[in-house]
Design a protein around this ligand. Structure first.
Ligand code: NAP
Length: 335
């Protein structure tokens, strides 16, 4: 068998020290066991939420990734060999696999999805027609229950999940405000994606800017970051407002307990709702989001920007960039 280049998880990161957590290895591809498939990876999504798996905590939404294991990511690839009766060589699939040029997975454990390649740019199976589209779609419509005429705010708005969530809210007919950390991201979401306003959380007072741009109050907040930005939103939440809690970028690299949000009592004052959600809850309904998003793509209403880097050797650096805000749109590695 040929060799593969693979990133192994060797050390639990402390804070933002992600660089030394992974080690690149050259390994012979092992023979497949019964029930396994070998995938030649084409693209691997860099997903900030996987940071949770690098922690030692046992009470997270997934068990800690064991030391020595290959780093995991959602990828698009072609099956090279199969020892599973339901899969065969040549099929294009999306799966949870390894940061490598080849992945070996057990389909029942890796959420393998056979793709019928009915779209020109297969990267969209990681983006709009993949986990990003799914999270954004159900986070906005099902969890946030955004309705036409309402005011919608999203954080990490220049990233993958946030940029799509904001577009979906705009299509539904919400007034849409995005919060991000660079002027370039704000220019993009307002000029190209049609957000009504952008707020730079690094240079502006978010609470004041939200008060100015949302005097009627915020009906739906799609929260990708938690921390002080959640406080700024809660101070401006509308009566019966909803917070769809997607992720916590502000907290992922923290070792110590995190303070606040100090404005938590506003949930009571405004009878607002905060609901955590995981995209996996919506996997069974993926056809619903896919069908709707495909219609919006055909109508030129929604788009996905890819932040693509070539070479598996760059995976840890590109992954770290997510936590430093250096990506715009969906960060992926091309193999
Ligand atoms: N619930 C689910 O099932 C689910 C599924 C997918 C993703 N998510 C969540 O969605 C969020 C975004 O993930 P993604 O993979 O789409 O990554 P992404 O948004 O493409 O990249 C992460 C972005 O977060 C911003 N950020 C980093 N640290 C921050 C901080 N301390 N405060 C504010 N913003 C910060 C950075 O942009 P700036 O320049 O703006 O700082 C960065 O570009 C994550 O919280 C993730 O866990 C949840």
């Amino acid at each position: 068998m040929a060799d593969r280049t693979i990133w192994r998880f060797n050390k639990r990161p402390e804070g933002s020290n992600l660089d030394s957590s992974f080690a690149l290895a050259n390994e012979e591809i092992p023979a497949l066991n019964q029930g396994e498939i070998l995938i030649r990876n084409h693209y691997i999504g860099m997903d900030a939420g996987t940071r949770n798996w690098l922690k030692a905590r046992e009470d997270g939404f997934a068990p800690p990734l064991p030391l020595g294991a290959a780093m995991v990511g959602i990828l698009i690839g072609t099956i090279e060999a199969s020892e599973h009766p339901d899969y065969h060589a040549g099929q294009l699939v999306r799966a949870w696999g390894q940061w490598s040029n080849y992945s070996i997975v057990i389909p029942e454990e890796a959420t393998v999805h056979v793709l019928n390649q009915d779209i020109d740019d297969i990267r969209h199976y990681l983006g709009l027609l993949g986990p990003t589209g799914l999270t954004a779609f159900f986070g906005v419509t099902d969890v946030g229950k955004a309705k036409k005429g309402e005011t919608f705010v999203v954080s990490a708005a220049g990233g993958a999940t946030g940029s799509v969530a904001g577009q979906i809210a705009r299509i539904i007919g919400c007034k849409t405000i995005g919060i991000a950390g660079t002027q370039e991201k704000l220019d993009w979401i307002v000029s190209d994606l049609g957000f009504d306003h952008g707020i730079n959380y690094k240079t502006e007072n978010v609470e004041d800017q939200l008060r100015k741009t949302c005097p009627e109050g915020i009906d739906v907040y799609f929260d990708n970051v938690a921390g002080p930005i959640l406080d700024a939103v809660l101070a401006n939440i509308a009566v019966h407002g909803r917070v769809a809690l997607s992720g916590m970028m502000e907290n992922y690299n923290k070792e110590e307990p995190v303070p606040g949000p100090y404005q938590f009592d506003m949930l009571l004052m405004r009878r607002a709702t905060i609901t955590g959600f995981l995209s996996r809850d919506f996997f069974p309904r993926m056809e619903e989001s896919d069908t709707q998003i495909r219609t919006w793509i055909d109508q030129n209403l929604i788009s996905m920007r890819f932040d693509e880097t070539e070479g598996i050797e760059n995976a840890p650096t590109v992954y770290k960039n997510l936590f430093e805000g250096k990506n715009i749109g969906k960060s992926i590695i091309k193999i």
